[in-house]
Design a protein around this ligand. Structure first.
Ligand SMILES: Nc1ncnc2c1ncn2[C@@H]1O[C@H](COP(=O)(O)OP(=O)(O)OP(=O)(O)O)[C@@H](O)[C@H]1O
Length: 267
């Protein structure tokens, strides 16, 4: 088993020999094969790999949305395999934040209501001061009463990030959070994600296809054929793109054939 260790800080998430297969018999697909990985508290990791390498399956197993066929996942030291479905749902609600490519905001709720939703679902009365502070932190104070349809894509994603952070989760999983955004909006979203790690000490795991997005992370972990295929610390977009090229990632994706430009890169 290959193990990618992040040695800074204690572990927020750990996968040990995680395998996941779909289907049966001749239709069986091994999406993850004995994956071992850990993610330290207060770190930002990007997960990359060619199409079909297992990134989504990894994210779903690590977030307790899908149960592995074998192996172990722990979040904040809690072994997910020991939890029944109700306990798993509670753990996801209390300890895990999600950010999706398509924002997934509730259209009938305002910015502040969307952000407060996880607190309400947890049975808490949202502290208005806290919600306002979170809205301010994501730069949307003037939009606090707006509906999602009245916001740009980048603004909607900032609301989704605020919603993921408001419960102070152990880890936030982001699945292609900039996939639907233009370069400028993507840069503001990535800067916000970076700040949530640097100033609020959150732990972030982000699946992305974009080497520029990955360059905002502390570390990039590569998957190939459902297994660990290397990592880069303090990645640059060019180094990430070169590694992806070696993994054959762009062969079916003409839009990725050129090397990334330096826009949006962190210094
Ligand atoms: N529900 C499913 N049933 C059967 N096979 C599946 C299912 N989900 C994923 N797979 C297969 O598992 C493998 C890994 O898929 P996964 O979606 O995790 O890869 P990925 O790296 O996220 O791909 P992409 O970058 O294209 O989104 C693929 O071969 C895929 O076809």
């Amino acid at each position: 088993m290959h193990t990618s260790q992040d040695l800074r800080g204690a572990e927020a998430v750990r996968l040990e020999a995680v395998s996941k297969s779909y289907g049966r018999g001749s239709g069986r697909v091994a999406a993850l094969r004995g994956l071992g990985m850990s993610f330290g508290h207060g770190t930002f990791t990007a997960v990359m790999g060619p199409s079909g390498s297992g990134k989504s399956t990894f994210l779903h197993c690590a977030a307790g949305l899908v149960r592995p066929s074998s192996g172990r996942v722990t979040v904040g030291g809690i072994d997910l395999s020991g939890l029944d479905d109700a306990e798993l749902t509670r753990l996801r609600r209390d300890r895990i934040g999600f950010v999706f490519q398509s924002f997934n905001l509730l259209p009938a709720l305002t910015v502040s209501q969307n952000i407060a939703l996880p607190l309400r679902l947890a049975g808490q009365r949202p502290d208005e001061g806290l919600v306002r502070a979170v809205v301010r932190r994501v730069g949307l104070s003037e939009r606090i009463g707006h509906l999602p349809a009245q916001l740009s894509g980048g603004q909607q994603q900032r609301v989704a990030i605020a919603r993921a952070l408001v419960t102070r989760p152990t880890v936030v999983f982001a699945d292609e959070p900039t996939g639907a955004l233009d370069t400028r909006a993507a840069a503001s979203v990535l800067t916000l994600l970076r700040e949530s790690v640097d100033t609020a000490g959150r732990t972030l795991v982000m699946v992305t296809h974009d080497p520029v997005a990955a360059s905002y992370a502390d570390r990039v972990v590569f998957l190939a054929d459902g297994a660990f295929a290397g990592e880069l610390h303090r990645p640059t977009a060019d180094a990430v793109a070169a590694r992806m090229t070696r993994l054959g990632a762009w062969e079916d994706e003409p839009r990725h054939r050129s090397m990334p430009q330096a826009h949006g890169r962190r210094s």
